[in-house]
Design a protein around this ligand. Structure first.
Ligand code: SF4
Ligand code: SF4
Length: 396
């Protein structure tokens, strides 16, 4: 079996020249851009712009990485370039401008793709999901280049190469997935299908400064000093997992990515090129490392730890990790309420005139963590009740 290649290279700052040289070397080591994408093809550079934010907050793919990749494509003679993303909440153009991409795109003469509109695409081969509302920009491109950010994620543990394609679903269509696929396992299987449909040609991950802790928006920047390159998103995310001392098989997109044929997370099937991984590993990276038990589609699939399973779904629903608002950080903007995809909302302002932060109705809450993801103030944390921690939700 041919191994999946992942290139891991040291890059310790967002200095334009340093990032450009690292991107160029990474793609050369991977085999050269022209071996993945023909010079005449229409190429879409898909950044991770979850929400408008400053580059130093580590929420988005750093604009310097976008600049380096765009510049390299231009220098190599690619002329049909576009870029973009569908953020979780805002209008794409305004959000990308606030995050620092628009100015660079104008410098490089790369137009913004249309992420405001799209079309439903059937995917009968989907194992977990069989149709997706895909943005026009994606449909109008021949080759998708996925520029992801190395971050933690409340629902999926990590967000990286596979998760980045969720922004190819345009507008509020993303919310429907959270309602229909409330468990992390179901959601991850859908993400794997989405990647099988879109088949990005190339994946580049910004791990120069990653996010640990309360990701994907409210966490803490953590220098990891690296850029990663691959054509296999599962192998890339598995390498990210190893870099943060997380067993790759505990990540649902890795497990189902392998099962559905998207890629491989197994080290024996991955050829690591570039700098040795040992010098990058952050053993104390703040991520949940509890063991999970996935089963293939033919078995009973679960996401919770063994002991919690034995307690039953009622207990899990009551005591599973849940969002919690830190009142003193809340500015009562209401973005979390708007982001909640549950009909009738699982969190609401109760006091008239927004005199107090919104309150949760945990019996309605499906634990999708959209509210935590969208809060601009880092005011929503993921709380893990004691009983759940005792029965296996331990950080190692
Ligand atoms: S999004 Fe954050 S800051 Fe705004 S109301 Fe919700 S918890 Fe408060
Ligand atoms: S309250 Fe938050 S976690 Fe619960 S369903 Fe709404 S958005 Fe999802």
């Amino acid at each position: 079996m041919k191994k999946s290649r992942v290139v891991l290279l040291r890059c310790e700052s967002y200095d334009d020249d340093a990032v450009f040289k690292t991107v160029r070397r990474g793609l050369e080591l991977l085999g050269g851009l022209e071996s993945f994408i023909h010079i005449d093809e229409r190429v879409l550079l898909k950044v991770n712009n979850l929400a408008s934010s400053k580059p130093e907050e580590a929420v988005t793919t750093h604009p310097a990485v976008f600049r380096a990749v765009g510049k390299l494509f231009k220098e190599l003679g690619y002329r049909k370039l576009s870029y973009g993303d569908s953020p979780g909440f805002e209008k794409p153009a305004a959000s990308l401008g606030k995050s620092g991409y628009t100015r660079i795109a104008e410098e490089l003469d790369i137009p913004l793709g249309d992420f405001d509109t799209g079309r439903r695409i059937d995917f009968p081969e989907g194992r977990a999901w069989k149709s997706f509302d895909i943005a026009t920009a994606v449909l109008q491109s021949d080759a998708l280049v996925s520029l992801s950010k190395m971050k933690t994620h409340a629902l999926a543990r990590i967000t990286g190469a596979v998760k980045n394609q969720f922004g190819c679903v345009y507008g509020l269509n993303k919310a429907a997935f959270h309602v229909n696929l409330p468990s992390g396992t179901q959601f991850s299987r859908m993400l794997v299908d989405l990647n099988r449909l879109l088949k990005p040609r190339l994946y580049i991950m910004d791990g120069i400064v990653a996010m640990e802790g309360n990701g994907p928006r409210g966490g803490v920047p953590r220098p990891m000093n690296c850029l990663l390159f691959s054509t296999d998103p599962v192998a890339l995310d598995a390498t990210f997992s190893r870099l943060i001392n997380l067993d790759p098989s505990y990540v649902a997109t890795n497990f189902y990515g392998e099962e559905y044929g998207l890629g491989t997370y197994r080290s024996e099937n991955i050829e690591l090129l570039g700098d040795p991984i040992e010098s990058f590993i952050a053993y104390d990276f703040d991520v949940v490392r509890k063991p999970l038990h996935f089963k293939s589609d033919n078995g009973n699939e679960v996401l919770v730890p063994q002991a919690a399973r034995t307690l039953g779904s009622y207990v899990t629903q009551r005591w599973a990790p849940r969002p919690r608002i830190v009142d003193e950080n809340c500015i009562k903007c209401g973005i979390c309420v708007d982001a909640c995809p549950v009909e009738g909302k699982a969190l609401q302002f109760i006091k008239p005139g927004r005199k107090a932060p919104p309150e949760y109705n945990y019996s309605k809450c499906i634990r999708c963590f959209c509210c935590q993801e969208m809060c601009p103030q880092k005011a929503i944390e993921v709380e893990t009740p004691l009983i759940y921690r005792l029965f296996g939700d331990k950080k190692e």
